[in-house]
Design a protein around this ligand. Structure first.
Ligand SMILES: C[S@@+](CC[C@H](N)C(=O)[O-])C[C@H]1O[C@@H](n2cnc3c(N)ncnc32)[C@H](O)[C@@H]1O
Length: 243
């Protein structure tokens, strides 16, 4: 049965966020993020359309906020390396369990991991040509969302880009995820938080209009398939595109 999705379920908690979450289930969840992201996240298209053209113009310092198990961090680092682009890619998470897992995995050169908040990086004076996140915005309280968005603008180097990808809440997204994961719940997804947390994530997620209001001026929201939102910082000083 599909729950009421007319408003965000901001009180619903994701099991992986609990401080006493089972470590083996957490590790299995991180290990399954590449599968989930390959099916639902659409970053390969974002890489081709937005990231590679930027990397061809400049050496790229990339920050992935809320990197979790580091799947997107490694995907972007691998693609940049494969395309011969000079880059340093940083995966950032406030959760030491995530950073421990991510940093134990293999990855291409130019990867680094930080267990810190975006505000810590702002205080250190760090800047990046590309700031990204995936499936993080819906986790955040309104105060933290505002902090992460304003920090991501402060962390952006002149001419750089900020792209936050997330789920678009809808009955279709919920029904499709519920139907697709049900037959896998006792096999591929067993021992992980993917199915319960995925369903909670959809309930916590924004619609495009809600995200546009929450982000405010300086941001635009793109609705992408399947059931995706891409929040993009508007260019302050747009560079000529050579894409
Ligand atoms: C659902 S996971 C997404 C992981 C990864 N981005 C992916 O797509 O595979 C959300 C991650 O965001 C992290 N997170 C939540 N709030 C955060 C914050 N304020 N700053 C940085 N990371 C945060 C959590 O610790 C968690 O690892």
């Amino acid at each position: 049965m599909i729950p009421d999705l007319t408003a965000r379920a901001v009180g619903a908690r994701e099991l992986m966020d609990e401080p006493d979450a089972d470590q083996a289930m957490l590790d299995r969840t991180y290990a399954l993020f590449p599968l989930v992201n390959a099916v639902v996240s659409g970053w390969r298209g974002v890489y081709r359309r937005d990231i590679r053209p930027l990397a061809r113009r400049r050496r790229l310092r990339v920050l992935d906020i809320g990197a979790g198990g580091g799947d997107l961090t490694r995907l972007i680092a691998r693609r940049l390396h494969r395309d011969g682009c000079d880059a340093q890619v940083t995966g950032l998470d406030v959760d030491p369990r995530a950073v421990r897992w991510a940093s134990a995995q293999d990855g291409p050169p130019g990867l680094r991991w930080r267990c810190a908040s975006t505000s810590d990086l702002v205080a250190e004076g760090e800047v990046f040509d590309l700031v990204i996140s995936n499936h993080v915005l819906h986790h955040l309280t309104p105060g933290l969302l505002s902090d992460v968005l304003s920090d991501s603008l402060r962390l952006r180097a002149p001419g750089g880009a900020v792209l936050h990808g997330d789920i678009a809440r809808s009955r279709t997204a919920y029904a499709l995820f519920a139907a697709a994961t049900l037959p896998l719940a006792r096999t591929v997804l067993a021992g992980s938080f993917i199915r319960p947390d995925g369903l909670t994530s959809i309930r916590r997620s924004f619609t495009a209009d809600e995200l546009a209001v929450a982000a405010g001026d300086g941001w635009s929201v793109e609705q992408r398939m399947p059931s995706r939102l891409l929040l993009r910082a508007r260019d302050l000083h747009p560079e000529k595109s050579d894409a």
